[in-house]
Design a protein around this ligand. Sequence first.
Ligand SMILES: Cc1cc2nc3c(=O)[nH]c(=O)nc-3n(C[C@H](O)[C@H](O)[C@H](O)COP(=O)(O)OP(=O)(O)OC[C@H]3O[C@@H](n4cnc5c(N)ncnc54)[C@H](O)[C@@H]3O)c2cc1C
Length: 305
Amino acid sequence: MKEYESLVIGGGPAGITAALYLLRAGVNMGWVEKLAPGGQVLLTEAIDNYPGFPEGIKGYELIDRFAAHLEPFDFDKIRDEVVEIRAEQGKYLVSLSEGQIRSKTLIICTGAKWRKLGIPGENKYSGRGVSYCAVCDGNFFRNQDVACIGGGDTALEESLYLSKLVRKIYLIHRRDAFRGLKVYQDKVFNDPKIEIVFDTVAEEFVGQESLSGVKLKNVKTGRESLLKVDGAFVFVGLDPAGMDYPRGMETDDRGFIITDQEMATSLPGVFAAGDIRSKLCRQVSSAVGDGATAAFNTHVYLEQN
Ligand SMILES: Cc1cc2nc3c(=O)[nH]c(=O)nc-3n(C[C@H](O)[C@H](O)[C@H](O)COP(=O)(O)OP(=O)(O)OC[C@H]3O[C@@H](n4cnc5c(N)ncnc54)[C@H](O)[C@@H]3O)c2cc1C
C-alpha cells in the first residue's frame, strides 16, 4: 500500500495550489483526482475576476497554467475517486474505488456542485446565458434583463447582488412564498428592479447561439409563457462533493466541512480547502488562498508531530 506524509484529495484550484506548496516545501505527497485536474474551472467559459488576467481568461487556459506550475515536480498523481477515509493509529486510511492509501495528513479539496434544474436547454446554454454564480458572471449582464430561479437564501442574496448590476430581474419561484431569511425577503420585496414571479417553474431555456428566453409555466393555472431575458441564474442549491469521513469530522448542516482560519478541520492532521469548506465566498481566488494556507499548516503540523 502506498504511504505518504500528505495526500491531497481533489485537483481543482485548491488542490493544485495545495500540491504546489507541499511540493515546494519538500513534503512526500500524493495527489488523487477522479477526473482531469481543473475542477469547476473546466466548466467555466471565461474567468474575468482572477487577478493577473485583466482581459479575462478561458477556464481551461487558466488550468493549463496552474498545471504547468506542477510540471517540474515528480510526485504520484492518482486518477481515482476517494470513497472513504478512516482514522487508523495516528494516520488515515483512504479507500479509493480501487485500492487504498495511507497518509499521515490529508488536504481535502473536493469542491462543490451547483444543482441543476434538469430542463431542456440548460446544458446547451450553460456559459452562454445560463449561470449558477452571480459573483462570477453578473458582470456579463450589466444593464440587461435576467431571470433568477429559486426561492431560498442563495436565490434572494444573489438577486440582491445582481440588482446592482442588471437592468431588471425576474425572480421565479415555484411556490407562493420564499423560504429564505425574512431580512433578505424584505429587501427583495422592496427592490424596484426585482419583479417576483411566484407559483411558476422554468420549463426550458431557449435561444440561438446564446440564451434569449425562458419558457415558464404557472403551476396553479397551467398557463405557459415565454420570458425574454439575456441571462438566467439558477439558484436551486449547492452540494458538497464529500465522501465518507471518519467519526468526528465536523460539517455544517449541508455537509460542508467546518475549518478554522488555518484550514484545520476537527480531525488532527486533516485540512480542507476551497469550495468543500463551510464558507460564503466560493471563487477561484479564495480556493487558491485556502489551498496555500492548508498546505502551509500541513507542513507545520508534520514538523510538530
Ligand atoms: C460555471 C461556473 C462558473 C464559475 N465562474 C467563476 C468565475 O468566473 N470566477 C471565479 O472565481 N470562480 C468561478 N466559479 C467558481 C470556481 O470555479 C470554484 O470556486 C473553484 O473551482 C473551487 O475550487 P476547488 O478546488 O475548491 O473545487 P473544484 O473546482 O470543485 O475542484 C474539486 C476537484 O475535486 C475532484 N473530486 C471531487 N470529489 C472527489 C473524490 N471523491 N475523489 C477524488 N477527486 C474528487 C473533482 O473532480 C474536482 O476536480 C465558477 C464555477 C462554475 C461551476
